[in-house]
Each structure stands twice: as structure tokens, then as C-alpha cells.
Design a binder for this molecule. Structure first.
Ligand code: GLN
Length: 533
């Protein structure tokens, strides 16, 4: 789109420096200045999308309203910007190559030798431009995954190079996020790795306009002087990004060090500055909690905390709005041999998150029973709902052998079973029941109190459901099925019980729609119940 500005965010030295958070922070500045801002993420891997990747390897799979399964960074973008992203905003090498090869097979390049440059890079550029056009974007933020120099990200960097060289200077800006380690032996912040990674960028024909230095502490003056001199950027274009306890502090730190105005100078935007006042107040709440609650998250991907990042963040949103500290404790449910009460300790609340497969499931079922019987607030999400219902069927409906067919295909009482449309699906990529769907909420229910609406839209990612043959039996024993699907055959989407401080589970994932400024009502109510304990 003519007039669109492009900001590239690249990484140097090592991955995991929080480029996504820098991108989200810059997006927040631009958004509060009134610019329509669209975040894009480029991932070098050959998977078409991350939906088929194990969360322990790659972190959480984030699900969008349109059903796209995308990189975890979209979680940060949405939590910071409160926007609804689209599947097309996540480019992967897998997606790009798939369409180039499809075009080649259908004869679109007839006569030509199909090459990385220009065909693959053109494919990337045309997708970027399409997004800018469709969204009428003033600014597009393009985060390029991994580290400069990785083979798999080269095509994205080359596309960025072409754009940097084709477009007027003030229409592009490259932000390079790099590590500035502290060397104890000499008591100094070391800039050499950054110098090398900027050289690497230059060798690819790219020019860094702003350098964001991730370091334990703020960058010292002499560190900034050195980077400025050796990396050929003005000193005020070297921005500190020190370690923080809460990621929501990052935009405040970056702004404090001048990032907002430097970006705006680089892109030749109107005068003014980002309005971060509301944000700042929420961060102050986070940093000065009045009370503490202890919440146990019971799952099987506890080895990598990023597996549950949206849940963790949704709880932080509640902290900021309820002015309390939420202590998050992970409980691994695989081989839960000890007495459940002992393993759990005495949490103020328990979350059973989403998941797949047999491992750890019995442990979650035991925990659900313990919380139901001992009146500990419990929130079940997706698989969490399914296992809570399984527990209820076993112990309250006298169906001792009740199980999910995901765990035991031959079970006598398939209380949780495949959704009929899923029965003939074999392919694994993008084939679950995915994305935003409407739930009809029952009158006089906890769900109605929580949402205050008759219908809500939340996001799904599952293949199994509460088996309709058992709905009546469950309700007879006191499990309220208080939310069902609107557009499909009666899929149970919310369950709850009375006479319990908080026993509530959703087939959807409310954590995906929680944002820092507008937290999920389900999580808010859950944390309030935990605070009341
Ligand atoms: N494994 C369950 C299903 O496919 C739950 C999925 C999830 O928790 N996201 O229905």
C-alpha cells in the first residue's frame, strides 16, 4: 500500500531475546499515536504452521479467531495490542515454499527456472503487501524469527533487504535486537558480539537503524558510545532493554530510553508521543500487590513454562487489575504417585490446562476429584474440562469406567468422544475444531454471571467433546452444562457445579483472548474466588 511504513525486527547473537516483545511494544507506541499497526511474524521452519509441533519443543501454539494456529509471539502481539490477528500474518518457510511449488506445478512460472531470488522473495513480498493492503495498515511490523545468519531465515532477510533498498528511507526502519553480556572478570558490558552480528547484517546488505541491547542492567554510557561508533548508528539510536520481572514493563523501559521518539523520527511520523498512562498504572499495580494467591497449574508440559504462556499471562492480567500477586506453581501430573493432597499442598486455586493424550491424564483426574471434594476453586480448560467431566462421571454418576476415547478407545463409558466430524479426519495439520466459535450461555448460571451476556465468542482447538449420550445423566447428578455451541450440534462448551466456591470449565481457551488492558472475565472471576479463600 502506498504510504505504508515497514519496521523490521531482527535478532542477533542468540535467539530468545524477546524480539516479539520489542515488536509488540513498538506496536503499542504506534497504536496509541493513532496509527493502524499490523504485526507480522516470519518463521524460518518448514512446518506450514506450528500446529503440529510439540509444545515442549516450541512453546505454546497460539490459536487465532480465524482458526489459524500460529507462533507464540502472536500471543504477545494480541495481549499488548488488543487486536485480532490473522493466519496470513504468520509467514513460515513452509507456507511460502508450499505456494511457490503449487504455482510452479500449476504452470504459473511457465518457462522460467524457479529460484530463491526472485520467486521465493517475490512470494514473501507480495504476501506482505497484501496484508498491508487488506488491513489498510499505516505501519507493518515484521519480526523475523531466529538469529541473523541462520540459513533458514535468509529468504526473509533478503526480502527485507530488497524493500529497504527499493523504498524511500523514511518508509522503512530496521530494529536489531541483540545481547550485551556482562563479563564479571572485567566488570564490563561487552559489545563485541553485537558488533559481529551487525557486520553479519551488513554482509547481507541490511542496515540497522536502531539497536536494542538486551542486558542484565541498563546499558552504560560507554557501552552505547562503543555500539554507536562500531555499528554506525547515532548514540540515541542505541536503546536499553534490561531484564525485567514482568514483560509489561518493557514498553515503559523502551519509551523511557527514547524508543518511541526515535522510531517516529526514523519513519518521519507526526510529532507527539505514545500515551502509556493507563499501561503504567497497571504495571504499578503488578509491582505493588496488596495480597498474594497461590495457584497450582497441573499439567504435563511443565518442563517448558512457555508451553502455558497464555495461561500465565492471563493470570498476570488479573494481578494487574485486582492488585494482587498470583504465585504460579507448576505440578507435573505424570506419575502422580503420592497422595494428591500432599503434592498439591494447599493452593488457593487449581488450573487444569489443555493437553493431549494419555500421559498425565489420570493425575489430572485425581486432582479434579480432590478439588471438587475439598471445595478448592478449580478452572478446567479444554482437556481440563474433559477430564473434570470424566472424574464427575466416574465418581458422581457411578460410571466407574468412564473415560475419554482419546485415552482408552475401548472404554465401556466413552464420556468424552470424538466430535462426529472429526471421525474421518486423518491428516494432522490444521484439522482440529479450530478458532473462534459462539457459545450460548444458560440463564441463571455462573457462566452468565461471569460474562454478563447471552452469547460469547471464544477460541477452540480440540477434536473431542462431551459425549451427547451422557448429557442427561451428568445433569441429573448436578453437573450443569451451562454453555453449548451456537452453530453446531449441541457441543458442550461450559460446565459448572453449584455449592462449590468455583468449579468451572470451558471447552474453549479463554486465555487466548485475555489482554493486559482487558483481562478475561473467566480468569478474573477465578482469581477473585481464590482471593476469597
Ligand atoms: N485433547 C483434547 C481434544 O483434542 C483437548 C485439546 C486441548 O486441550 N486443546 O479434544
Amino acid at each position: 500500500m502506498p504510504g505504508t511504513k515497514w519496521v523490521f525486527i531482527t535478532g542477533g547473537v542468540l535467539s530468545g531475546l524477546g524480539k516479539g516483545l520489542v515488536s509488540a511494544s513498538v506496536g503499542k507506541f504506534l497504536q496509541t499515536r493513532g496509527y493502524s499497526t499490523v504485526p507480522i511474524k516470519c518463521d524460518g521452519y518448514l512446518n506450514v504452521d506450528p500446529g503440529t509441533m510439540n509444545p515442549i519443543e516450541h512453546g505454546e501454539v497460539f490459536v487465532l479467531d480465524d482458526g489459524g494456529e500460529v507462533d507464540m509471539d502472536f500471543g504477545h502481539y494480541e495481549r499488548f495490542l488488543g487486536i485480532k490477528s490473522k493466519f496470513d500474518w504468520n509467514l513460515t518457510s513452509g507456507k511460502i515454499f508450499q505456494s511457490v511449488i503449487e504455482k510452479e506445478r500449476s504452470g504459473e512460472y511457465l518457462g522460467k527456472t524457479v529460484q530463491m531470488i526472485p520467486h521465493v522473495t517475490d512470494e514473501i513480498r507480495s504476501r506482505l503487501e497484501n496484508v498491508a493492503n487488506e488491513e489498510d495498515a499505516d505501519v507493518v511490523l515484521i519480526e523475523i524469527g531466529g538469529t541473523v545468519g541462520d540459513m533458514e531465515n535468509m529468504i526473509f532477510l533478503e526480502a527485507a533487504r530488497q524493500m529497504q533498498s527499493d523504498l524511500p528511507d523514511e518508509d522503512t526502519c530496521l530494529v536489531h535486537v541483540t545481547l550485551i553480556p556482562w563479563l564479571d572478570a572485567v566488570g564490563e558490558q561487552k559489545t563485541k558480539p553485537t558488533q559481529h552480528s551487525v557486520k553479519e547484517l551488513e554482509a547481507l546488505g541490511l542496515e540497522a537503524n536502531i539497536i536494542v541491547g538486551r542486558a542484565e542492567n541498563e546499558l552504560e554510557e560507554k557501552t552505547k558510545d562503543k555500539i554507536s561508533l562500531f555499528c554506525d548508528v547515532p548514540k540515541d539510536h542505541v536503546i536499553s532493554n534490561p531484564d525485567v520481572e514482568e514483560v509489561y514493563k518493557i514498553p515503559l523501559n523502551l519509551k523511557e530510553d527514547g524508543m518511541d521518539s526515535i522510531i517516529s523520527d526514523e519513519l518521519n511520523l507526526k510529532d507527539g508521543s505514545a500515551d502509556m498512562e493507563k499501561w503504567k498504572r497497571l504495571v504499578e499495580n503488578l509491582e505493588n500487590p496488596r495480597e498474594t494467591v497461590d495457584i497450582a497449574i497441573c499439567g504435563k508440559y511443565t518442563k517448558l513454562e512457555d508451553s502455558y504462556v497464555s495461561i500465565r499471562e492471563a493470570l498476570k492480567h488479573c494481578s494487574a487489575h485486582l492488585n494482587c500477586k498470583v504465585k504460579q506453581r507448576f505440578i507435573e501430573t505424570t506419575d502422580l504417585e503420592e497422595d494428591v493432597g500432599k503434592v498439591l499442598g494447599s493452593p488457593d486455586g487449581v488450573i487444569i490446562p489443555g493437553g493431549f493424550g494419555k500421559r498425565g491424564a489420570e493425575g489430572k483426574i485425581e486432582i479434579a476429584k480432590y478439588c471438587r471434594e475439598n471445595k478448592i476453586p478449580i478452572l478446567g480448560l479444554c482437556y481440563g474440562l474433559q477430564l473434570m467431566v470424566t472424574e464427575f462421571a466416574r465418581n458422581k454418576c457411578n460410571l466407574e469406567e468412564a473415560n475419554s476415547t482419546e485415552i482408552d478407545e475401548e472404554t465401556l463409558h466413552p464420556i468424552i468422544d470424538l466430535i462426529p466430524e472429526q471421525k474421518n479426519v486423518d491428516a494432522k495439520g490444521g484439522t482440529m475444531r479450530l478458532g473462534g466459535g459462539i457459545t450460548k450461555i444458560e440463564k441463571d448460571s455462573m457462566a452468565k454471571d461471569i460474562y454478563g451476556k447471552k452469547e460469547v465468542k471464544e477460541r477452540f482447538r480440540h477434536r473431542y467433546e462431551v459425549n451427547p449420550e451422557y448429557h442427561e445423566k451428568l445433569e441429573d447428578e448436578g453437573l450443569r452444562l451451562s454453555g453449548v455451541s451456537k452453530n453446531e450440534e449441541n457441543i458442550v462448551q461450559v460446565v459448572e457445579i453449584k455449592d462449590h466456591p468455583f468449579y468451572f470449565a470451558t471447552q474453549f481457551h479463554p486465555e487466548f483472548t485475555s489482554t493486559f488492558e482487558d483481562p478475561s472475565p473467566v480468569f478474573m472471576d477465578f482469581v477473585k474466588s481464590c482471593l476469597n479463600r
